[in-house]
Design a protein around this ligand. Structure first.
Ligand SMILES: *[C@@H]1O[C@H](CO)[C@@H](O)[C@H](O)[C@H]1NC(C)=O
Ligand SMILES: *[C@@H]1O[C@H](CO)[C@@H](O)[C@H](O)[C@H]1NC(C)=O
Length: 348
């Protein structure tokens, strides 16, 4: 069970638009169609309405009403961080119609050939067994911080992740991400997140992006909902539920995760120099220059979102670096992770 947060990938029409940053969940091919709601199929048949973003991307409004669980308000306990200064999604800045789909319908982006290729690769890569401490996936590189105590149960993890726009081509991607692991599920179905919002698609553009002078970042949270067994994805300063992985895709009974991870991941096909990660800097000195995950937290077994402790940093090649700053004792940063690098790796 994993989720890649902020993704940077070329899109069809938006390729020429500067400062485009996407966040998307890997969209997977669906073997049986049951969970084929990721947009990687022809939407036209089911689409009730078609809308456009101000970036020129087309979304079909689909009816998934029957699939949607009732989301109780967040059951997270304890005082909630104000998430000071992180970004809030505003549909009026995103959709040409200022609103998104009509109530009860969810926006699914029309896909391009590169989307399909990328999704196929991503699915293959993530279908293989993942061990963060070995180089086991050709073309994929990491600079991450992860938890180390496999005997601890986690009900999720969260962080506020900076948004940059490293340049990528073709099927490459470069992402900032948060991941939880050990909820066994069928390979391709693991990627089958279901959208729940009429105004926030799963692959919305995150704008603006960070510069040396101005930092923009987004809160992301993966939360295992003990009440119904779903994994919920929350995004934005107000922790909006934008999608979920239904309980029934997991093979185990499900009792959360035993591993949480934050940082960056890139992918490049063989013999193509790997793309930059984060801001492209690997100085790892300060948040002015480097990509970061701040306020990295885990959700503990009694549903409190608390500072992540006992973490370890790892990167698989020198072109990408990561630094676990630990608890900075600064309210806005708390447990801070810096990561990134120029890329340019051409091996496997
Ligand atoms: C979606 O489908 C359900 C069941 O078929 C139907 O009851 C509902 O009215 C539909 N919603 C919209 C907005 O079309
Ligand atoms: C979760 O965190 C809260 C707040 O720190 C604490 O009171 C509680 O004991 C923790 N639960 C577990 C299972 O560690």
């Amino acid at each position: 069970m994993w989720y890649s947060g902020i993704h940077h990938m070329p899109m069809a029409r938006t390729r020429s638009v500067v400062l485009l940053v996407l966040f998307t969940v890997f969209l997977s091919f669906s073997c049986n169609g049951v969970f084929g709601n990721s947009g990687l199929h022809n939407n036209n048949k089911l689409a009730k309405k078609t809308i456009q973003t101000k970036y020129g991307d087309t979304y079909d409004c689909m009816n998934y009403t029957n699939d949607l669980p009732v989301f109780p308000p967040s059951q997270l306990k304890g005082s909630r961080d104000p998430q000071k200064s992180s970004s809030l999604f505003n549909p009026s800045n995103f959709w040409l119609n200022g609103k998104g789909c009509p109530d009860g319908l969810v926006p699914i982006r029309r896909t391009t050939k590169d989307d399909l290729k990328r999704a196929k690769l991503a699915t293959e890569i993530h279908a293989s067994k993942y061990n963060p401490l070995t180089i086991d996936k050709h073309g994929t590189h990491y600079a991450i911080v992860g938890t180390t105590d496999a005997n601890t149960k986690y009900h999720g993890g969260s962080a506020i992740i900076s948004v940059y726009h490293p340049s990528v081509v073709g099927t490459q991607y470069s992402s900032g991400r948060i991941k939880t692991a050990n909820s066994a599920c069928f390979n391709t179905l693991c990627n089958s997140i279901k959208p729940v919002r009429s105004d926030m698609p799963l692959d919305m553009v995150l704008e603006p992006v960070s510069t040396i002078d101005h930092k923009y970042d987004w809160k992301f949270m993966l939360f295992w909902d003990v009440a119904n067994g779903n994994w919920r994805l929350k995004v934005s300063k107000d922790e909006t539920d934008i999608g979920f992985w239904p309980k029934n895709i997991f093979t185990s009974l499900g009792d959360g995760a035993n591993y949480v991870e934050w940082g960056g991941e890139v992918f490049s096909p063989p013999n193509v120099p790997s793309p930059p990660m984060g801001s492209g800097s690997s100085m790892l000195e300060m948040t002015n220059y480097d990509a970061y995950c701040r306020l990295i937290k885990i959700i503990n077994e009694t549903d409190y979102e608390v500072n992540a402790v006992g973490t370890k940093a790892f990167s698989d090649v020198n072109q990408y670096q990561v630094k676990d700053e630990g608890d900075t004792h600064e309210a806005d940063f708390q447990h801070l992770v810096l990561f990134g690098g120029p890329g340019g790796y051409t091996g496997l």
